[in-house]
Design a protein around this ligand. Structure first.
Ligand code: ATP
Ligand code: MG
Length: 444
């Protein structure tokens, strides 16, 4: 097996070898190279101690020096070089109490999570694959290195990583590894929200975001996202739906592009349906108000998972308006664009299509035709460069003051009334016309 390492990676490995140390590319980059995927980053493992690595390269950063990691910088590009290590006893399912450096590559490979992530490579020795990572890649299986119960007890994050890799690489999880996940999923409660977030996002933007089904089935959701577990058991008995709220959500996920905001929006768009469910006298379920309430709950969930404010704000805005259905006229769509904010478009159309696509066939064509026409009107409004906000108005607060209106609250009120008129009739967005209407007392 030959892997083509980037020149810089080879130069780091060569340099270490020329000074009598062992060095290999290791982990995710080896796995991805074998699969023909572009590696995210290149990690190097070496028998050299951190101080020895630092002595060999002119520019290094102490990234995680106590764990043996030094970043070697070559032309503004960083490569993590980590000393072979054995992780000591683990405390509270998270952190090794101490790490010990070792001179044996095999010891370092043993501490890694899955067989497919425990391969090392350099040009001199070729592939070092002590746990049949290659075989598991071929069989498409995620399997722990060593005893899964022990490995998940050491670090519970590996439980979620197993499902994440399965989703990214189209794999299934090996029987004993899966059994251990089911037993130990509750330990995920000891893992920081930040680390969970990273894995959750990677899973969601993978080619198989609906593997959230496994996150639920293996008992992981109960710990990291109990609100989602509730979706999985909530029936929706009406002509629009064929699935539970949870299955509907799972079916909607792959229908939006692999984008963090869009996938999180689909994951959480119906999150408050369980609490908003009412059943009428005909046995038909309704979910009045689930959009606004869902947006609030999504905010709480995303805050709990330590997402950044920008992501939270975008996701919650989309959830709140995902069912909004303006009348299909230019006037109503312009008002919707003003109400929702232009930044929600065109994401909103992707969300609406995915939502409709994961519902029953009932009225399907009509729902899609509605969204198509909504989008066509939206495009037309953009092309016509209609005024959609105060800053596009042909008149400003200063103009009003110059016309003798007293500065203060009245100015804002007048401008807003003018904007409402202009949203209805774009041709009114003309300085002379607006001034004339002002003088005719239209805005008092
Ligand atoms: P990605 O492509 O998402 O970066 P990766 O496999 O490179 O995937 P990283 O989190 O970057 O994953 O970790 C690099 C390597 O470090 C892994 O391939 C694995 O060998 C090891 N590793 C990472 N996290 C753990 C962990 N929690 N337990 C054991 N080994 C781990
Ligand atoms: Mg990586």
């Amino acid at each position: 097996m030959r892997i083509v390492l980037p020149e810089k990676v080879n130069s780091i490995i060569d340099c270490l070898q020329n000074h009598g140390f062992e060095a290999y590319a290791v982990g995710g980059c080896v796995r991805d190279s074998i699969l023909g995927r572009e590696p995210q980053d290149w990690d190097i493992t070496t028998s050299a101690k951190p101080e020895e690595v630092k002595a060999l390269f002119s520019y290094t950063i102490d990234t995680g020096i106590q764990h043996g990691t030094v970043t070697v910088m070559l032309d503004h590009e960083g490569f993590e070089v980590t000393t072979y290590r054995i992780d000591g006893e683990y405390e509270d399912a998270r952190h090794p109490k101490e790490v010990t450096f070792t001179s044996q590559l095999i010891e370092d490979l043993k501490r890694r999570d899955f067989t497919i992530n425990a391969m090392a490579y350099n040009d001199r020795d070729g592939l070092v694959d002590a746990f049949d990572g290659i075989g598991d890649l071929e069989r498409k299986i995620i399997r722990c290195v060593g005893n899964p119960m022990e490995r998940f007890t050491e670090d519970a994050l590996r439980i979620l990583r197993a499902v994440r890799f399965a989703a990214q690489l189209d794999c299934s999880i090996d029987g004993p590894t899966k059994a251990a996940i089911t037993r130990l999923a509750p330990n995920l409660s000891k893992i920081s929200a930040e680390r969970i977030q990273v894995e959750l996002v990677k899973l969601l933007i993978s080619p198989n975001p609906d593997m959230m089904r496994d996150v639920y089935a293996l008992g992981i959701a109960d710990v990291v996202l109990p609100e989602f577990s509730l979706l999985m058991t909530t029936e929706q008995n009406n002509e629009y739906h064929i699935y539970t709220t949870g299955e509907h959500t799972l079916h909607s996920l792959p229908l939006v592009p692999a984008d963090k905001v869009l996938r999180l929006t689909m994951l959480l768009h119906d999150i408050e349906k369980p609490s908003c469910k009412t059943t009428d006298e005909n046995g038909v379920d309704h979910f009045y108000g689930h959009q606004s309430k869902g947006a609030e709950t999504a905010r709480k969930i995303l805050r709990r998972l330590k997402f950044d404010n920008d992501t939270i704000q975008k996701v919650c805005a989309l959830i709140k308006i995902h069912d909004d259905k303006p009348e299909l006229t230019l006037k109503s769509v312009r008002k919707a664009m003003f109400r929702h904010g232009l930044e929600q478009y065109p994401n909103l159309f992707a969300v609406k299509r995915a939502d409709a696509g994961a519902q029953s066939q009932f009225n399907y064509e009509r729902k899609m035709a509605y969204i198509d026409e909504y989008e066509r009107l939206y495009q037309q409004i953009l092309e016509e460069q209609n005024c959609l906000s105060l800053k596009d108005l042909a008149i400003t607060g200063k103009d009003l003051i110059a016309l003798g209106i007293a500065p203060g609250k009245a100015i804002g009120e007048i401008l807003n009334k003018m904007l409402q008129d202009v949203l209805e009739q774009p041709e009114l967005n003309d300085r002379e016309i607006l001034i004339k209407r002002l003088q005719e007392n239209e805005y008092f």
